[in-house]
Design a protein around this ligand. Structure first.
Ligand SMILES: *Cc1c(COP(=O)(O)O)cnc(C)c1O
Length: 660
């Protein structure tokens, strides 16, 4: 495979093959509206993305009352001018700010409307995106809302402690805590930081109580319960009896007993209930809140002061844009989520005359998903088109080839099933002859070519067929192109590999043209899992993505959207593809943008050092090999210098495919 866009000759032909798109639409009448609909950008974009008349995907924002729309292609050009090439993660800081604002506004509005008597205090779970500049932006922008952090480990607590500058913001400590973790959290309390330890197990309690006694600092405690609400979606095992997190009801009673014995019931102030991530169904959320409220009431009955109800994460992102209960979607809106929570708590506690607790949520993906996208260029396309076929076959052609040609010429809606069977039969016969040494390379190539032409013609007929025979159902997929993208699935989109995550994917330019090809995407790792073949198209899950034929000498860039949550650090170094370039951009009210942060991705030397090679030593080892070649008179000293320079340049270069 030749990895350059310019080597693909067959792709800039006019759209003569629209075989696999569901609705055959005249290319002339194609508009950006059709593209917006096809890729669902307005369904999953939450108002942050759209398609402009120019055919570009734009970031859309309202800044100081002005609507701006910035083409991603312009940002990509700006990046290239600064030496930051594809693939790259692009973060839009304004989008992150907007999400924090939307989340807080939605809760505050629901609180106001319901005359709820306590505030909302969001915390961002650091595990969802630990990158320094993301966390700093959340801390800076979130300060006005007293938005805090959730820490699940010592390292994350250390991050949170450096970011919180506001005593009304919370730090919620989940996860397993040793005495070092606990001491840090207690010192934070001493300094006025509102740090809460949430008990995951009974065994943590003695560790906390003894550290507290040692340092003479009182803790504020929370308890994490196991909810028995069974939720839809991928993370439904975070709740239920077998959840690996949280206290069983009897363990909870045990904690209460121990606190009473130690005369520390006044420390118990928070109830924590996390139903799972990405909960697609609003009914599950309501049930979870109801159950959490009953635990809250139970603890008040036991004599705990309480004051905080932490409902964990779970606010979903509509990656599919289908507004459904599918596990990559959601059947509710942000406002609805907040209203549901606020009303459910009030309805539950008001009849009992219990004071409204501060509402805490730990929304991770809903906060950060929108602000990051992965952008990559397409390096090459392997189409599955038949090669050139002769109009008339030479007289002396092989019988099987003649038969195949008859299939192709006679194919119609009436006989396509017969032609399908025959074509495969003749092709397989030819392959059999070839294996036995009774047919030539050229005969086999011709037979395969004609067979492919038959299959392609059948695929084009399928949309008109009432009942598609099961054996032909995956023809469009079998005949689809492979677009090779300059990225590593394992490094940049690990959830697609690990949990079949659906993410919105679309070209970022030429959307005023009809995409006439159907493709799957392959990455540049040498792994057959390194491909994407599930897409949300027209609000349906499809195995191929409509794309445009490449144009010689023109970059074709694809965006994978909503990747701000979980993707940045879960990735790995498969085939030693390292971190990509990353840029953070801030857009202003004139639609101009500023590069706030730029990070060069890993160099080859970087990734090699992660697996314990020393770049200096590698250079020395290679120098010796080259010097030996000089000694053996295979190369000149001048050549040696040239070779060593190439080696050094590679070592310092990007791990991804670089343009000349
Ligand atoms: C992972 C996690 C979250 C974040 O969940 P999202 O669905 O991303 O909002 C919140 N709280 C806890 C305890 C978690 O484990």
């Amino acid at each position: 495979m030749n990895m350059t866009a310019s080597s693909t000759q067959t792709h800039n032909k006019p759209a003569d093959n629209i075989a696999f798109t569901d609705d055959v639409i005249n290319s002339e009448s194609w508009s950006v509206e059709d593209s917006a609909q096809l890729y669902g950008v307005r369904n999953w974009g939450a108002g942050f993305f759209d398609v402009a008349e120019s055919g570009d995907v734009v970031v859309t924002l309202t800044i100081n009352g002005k609507n701006v729309a910035v083409p991603l292609a312009d940002i990509v050009t700006g990046m290239a001018e600064r030496g930051l090439h594809m693939p790259a993660v692009l973060r839009i800081e304004n989008v992150l700010d907007q999400r924090i604002k939307q989340l807080n506004d939605a809760f505050n509005n629901a609180i106001k409307a319901a005359h709820y008597q306590a505030p909302y205090r969001g915390v961002f779970p650091i595990k969802v995106n630990q990158q320094c500049h993301v966390i700093e932006e959340i801390a800076d922008f979130g300060r006005a809302y007293h938005h805090g952090f959730e820490a699940g480990s010592k390292a994350e607590l250390i991050i949170a402690l450096t970011q919180i500058k506001d005593h009304r913001s919370l730090i919620i400590c989940n996860g397993y805590k040793d005495s070092e973790f606990v001491e840090l959290g207690l010192y934070a309390r001493d300094m006025g930081i509102n740090c809460v330890f949430v008990l995951e197990t009974v065994s943590e309690l003695p560790i906390i109580l003894s550290a507290s006694e040692r340092l003479g600092i009182e803790p504020v405690l929370g308890v994490r319960i196991k909810s028995t609400v069974v939720v839809d979606g991928h993370w439904n095992k975070d709740s239920g009896d077998r959840s690996i997190f949280g206290l069983s009801t009897s363990a909870l009673v045990d904690v209460v007993e121990q606190l009473k014995a130690a005369d520390k019931m006044h420390c118990l102030q928070l109830l924590h209930c996390h139903l799972g991530s990405q909960i697609p169904n609003i009914r599950n959320i309501r049930s979870g809140v109801l159950e959490a409220c009953q635990f809250y009431v139970g603890l008040i009955d036991e004599g705990a002061p309480m004051g905080y109800l932490d409902l964990g994460g779970g606010l979903a992102v509509d990656y599919e844009g289908s507004n459904s209960t599918s596990c990559h979607s959601m059947n509710y809106q942000l406002d609805e989520y907040c209203v549901n929570i606020v009303e459910t708590i009030a309805d539950c506690l008001d009849p009992l005359d219990i004071e409204h607790p501060v509402i805490v949520t730990e929304s991770g993906r809903a906060t950060v998903a929108y602000s990051s996208m992965l952008l990559f260029n397409v390096l090459d396309v392997r189409d599955h088109k038949p090669g050139p076929l002769p109009d008339v076959l030479p007289e002396d052609s092989h019988e099987l080839i003649k038969n195949l040609m008859i299939c192709l010429k006679s194919l119609s809606l009436k006989n396509f099933q017969e032609c399908y069977n025959d074509a495969l039969y003749y092709r397989d016969e030819m392959r059999e002859l070839f294996r036995r040494g009774q047919s030539s390379l050229r005969n086999r190539a011709m037979a395969e070519n004609i067979c492919l032409a038959v299959l392609e013609k059948i695929a084009a007929l399928l949309p008109q067929v009432d009942r598609v025979p099961p054996e032909m159902a995956n023809l469009p997929e079998l005949l689809s192109d492979i677009y090779y993208g300059n990225f590593s699935l394992f490094q940049s989109l690990p959830d697609i590999w690990a949990i079949d995550q659906i993410l919105p994917i679309m070209p970022i330019q030429r959307l005023n043209e009809q995409p006439t090809r159907e493709a799957i995407l392959a990455d540049i790792t040498c792994d057959c899992d390194g491909k994407i073949d599930k897409f949300s198209i027209n609000q349906q899950i499809r195995s191929t993505l409509p794309l445009h034929p490449l144009i010689d000498g023109e970059d074709y860039n694809i965006g994978v959207f909503l990747v701000g949550a979980y993707q940045e650090t879960l990735g790995d170094l498969h085939n030693l593809f390292g971190d990509t370039n990353v840029v953070s951009v801030r857009i202003d009210e004139n639609g101009d943008f500023e590069f706030i942060h730029e990070f060069q991705g890993d160099s080859i030397a970087d990734v090699l050092s992660y697996v314990e090679y020393e770049p200096k030593r590698l250079l020395e080892q290679f120098r010796r090999t080259a010097e030996q070649a000089v000694k053996e008179k295979r190369i000149t000293v001048a050549k040696r210098q040239k070779i060593l320079k190439a080696f050094k340049d590679s070592l310092l270069g990007y791990t991804y495919f670089e343009h000349e």
